[in-house]
Design a protein around this ligand. Structure first.
Ligand SMILES: Cc1cc2nc3c(=O)[nH]c(=O)nc-3n(C[C@H](O)[C@H](O)[C@H](O)COP(=O)(O)O)c2cc1C
Length: 423
C-alpha cells in the first residue's frame, strides 16, 4: 500500500484512505506525444450481446452531461449500426424517482438499441433500479458503471473503486443480471485498469463480470489515479481480451477513425468505445464505420455544415427539455464550444454563443458565421475534451486493506440506508 495514507476529509467528516496520483512523468499528455499509427484494414464482426446484435461494434461511451438522447440521435444518424449509451443514471436517484434521473432514461423513437447505464454501490439498491428498468420497459441493454474516477464517487466506494471489493462487485452484478436476464436485457460492465498500478483490478473484474453473466466488458485502459491524463494503455485491452471469452470493447484515446482501426489491430478487441473524441464531432461515427468497412471516405464538414448540426442539436435539446429553450441552449453551450473548436471564430462570437438564451439567439449567431470555412486541418483526429490529472484518489477508510468487505465496512457503507431493505 505504498503511497496510501489515511486522511481526515473535511467533506465527508469521516476518515478516508487517500493515495497519491502517479508522477506526471509516467503520465504524459496524449496531445503532445501520441504515436503515429500505421493503419491497415481490420476484420471486425458484429458483436452479440445476448439477443441484441450490434452490427458495427462502435459504442458511444456514456458521458454524464453529454450523451442524452439528442446527442445520441445525432451520433446514431452518422453511424446507424452502433451502440449509443445514455449517460450514467444513479440507481438511488432512479429508485427515488428523481425527475432529473427519469428524464435521462428517455429515448428517442429512432434509437434502435435503448442502452442505459446504471451507477450504484449498494447491490440491493442497484437491483431495485434494475427492476424499475425491467418492469417499466425502459431499456434494451443495461451497462454498469465501474469506471468513474470522480472523488465524490470513489470516496463512497463507487465507480472505479468498487471492483477492488470483489464481494460487493460480484454481488451487484449478479443481482442486476438476475433481474435483467429473464427479461432478455443483456448486462455489460465498464471498468478501468484499477485504482492505481499497485492496485490493478481489471483482469479479475473481467473474469467476475463474465462469470456473473455480463455479456461484454468495456475497458477504459487507465487507472483511477490516472483519471483522464496520460495515455489509455491499449496493451491492457489486449491482455483482457486474451483472458475473456465474452466480447471486450476497448476504450480510451480514439480521436479519429485510424485510431479505432489501430486499437483493433493492436489489441484484438471486439469493438471500440468512443468518449471525448466525438465531442463536437459526431461524424466520427461515420468515419469509423467507413474505416471498419474498408472505405477511405472521411467526413470533415465545413462551418456551414457544422452549424446545421448545431441547429439540429438545439432543436432536439428543446424537445428533450419539453420546449424549454433556455435549458436547451444552456445545455448546448458546451457542445457549441466543441463544435467550433479550431475554426477561426473570434472570441467575441464565442462569447456571444455562450450568452445565448433561445433558439433565435443561436440562429442569430450562426447567421454571423462564414459557412464556407473549411474544417481546420490541424484539429482533424486530434485529442479534445478533458485531460485532467487526479491529484489523489479518495477511497473509504481502510478500503485497500482487504479485497472483500468486513461486516463493519458494509455497515459503514450501507448500514443507515433507508432505501435498503436488506440492512
Ligand atoms: C464529460 C465526461 C463524462 C463521463 N461520464 C461517464 C459516465 O457517465 N459513465 C461512464 O462509464 N463513463 C463516463 N465517462 C468516461 C467515458 O465514457 C470514457 O470512458 C472516457 O472518456 C475515456 O474514453 P475517451 O478517451 O474516448 O474519452 C465520462 C467522460 C467524460 C469526459
Amino acid at each position: 500500500m505504498r503511497g496510501a495514507k489515511l486522511w481526515w476529509s473535511n467533506v465527508t467528516e469521516t476518515p478516508e484512505t487517500v493515495i497519491a496520483a502517479p508522477h506526471e512523468t509516467d503520465n504524459l499528455d496524449p496531445r503532445t506525444d501520441a504515436p503515429a499509427h500505421t493503419v491497415e484494414p481490420v476484420h471486425i464482426a458484429p458483436v452479440k450481446l445476448g439477443n441484441i446484435t450490434v452490427p458495427t461494434p462502435v459504442v458511444l461511451s456514456p458521458m454524464a452531461g453529454v450523451t442524452n438522447w439528442p446527442f445520441r440521435v445525432i451520433c446514431e444518424e452518422y453511424g446507424p449500426d452502433g451502440l449509443y449509451v445514455a449517460e450514467m443514471i444513479t440507481a438511488r436517484a432512479l429508485v427515488a424517482r428523481n425527475p432529473k434521473a427519469l428524464r435521462l432514461c428517455h429515448f428517442a423513437p429512432s434509437e434502435k438499441i435503448r442502452s442505459l447505464q446504471l451507477y450504484g454501490v449498494n447491490p440491493s439498491i442497484t437491483e431495485q433500479a434494475a427492476k424499475i428498468v425491467v418492469d417499466e420497459g425502459m431499456a434494451d441493454h443495461v451497462d454498469l458503471n465501474f469506471g468513474c474516477p470522480v472523488p465524490k464517487v470513489t470516496r463512497r466506494g463507487g465507480g472505479s473503486a468498487l471492483p477492488w471489493k470483489t464481494d460487493i462487485f460480484s454481488d451487484l452484478i449478479a443481482r442486476v443480471v438476475a433481474v435483467c436476464e429473464p427479461a432478455g436485457i443483456p448486462v455489460t460492465a465498464k471498468i478501468r485498469v484499477g485504482i492505481d498500478h499497485e492496485h490493478e483490478t481489471f483482469l479479475e473484474a473481467g473474469h467476475i463480470a463474465q462469470e456473473e453473466g455480463c455479456k461484454a466488458v468495456t475497458l477504459h485502459a487507465r487507472t483511477t489515479a490516472e483519471y483522464y491524463g496520460g495515455h489509455s494503455d491499449w496493451s491492457r485491452i489486449g491482455e483482457l481480451k486474451e483472458h475473456l471469452d465474452i466480447p471486450v470493447f476497448g476504450n480510451g484515446d480514439i480521436w479519429g477513425a485510424e485510431d479505432a482501426l489501430a486499437m483493433v489491430q493492436q489489441t484484438g478487441c471486439d469493438g471500440v468505445a468512443i468518449g471525448r473524441g466525438c465531442q463536437g464531432r459526431p461524424w466520427l461515427f461515420a468515419n469509423i464505420k467507413n474505416a471498419f468497412a474498408g472505405n477511405p471516405e472521411r467526413l470533415n464538414p465545413n462551418l456551414g455544415e457544422v452549424c446545421t448540426v448545431i441547429r439540429r442539436h438545439a432543436e432536439l435539446l428543446t424537445q428533450f427539455y419539453e420546449g424549454d429553450e433556455m435549458m436547451a441552449v444552456h445545455d448546448l453551450r458546451k457542445h457549441i464550444a466543441w463544435y467550433l473548436k479550431g475554426f477561426p471564430v473570434g472570441g467575441s462570437t464565442r462569447k456571444a454563443f455562450m450568452e445565448c438564451e433561445s433558439l433565435a439567439d443561436v440562429d442569430r449567431e450562426i447567421g454571423r458565421l462564414d459557412p464556407t470555412v473549411e474544417y481546420p486541418e490541424r484539429i482533424i483526429d486530434k485529442p479534445r475534451g478533458r485531460v485532467r490529472f487526479a491529484k489523489k484518489v479518495h477511497l473509504p477508510y481502510g478500503w485497500l486493506e482487504s479485497r472483500t468487505t468486513s461486516h463493519e465496512e458494509r455497515e459503514a457503507l450501507f448500514g443507515d440506508d433507508p432505501m435498503d431493505a436488506s440492512y
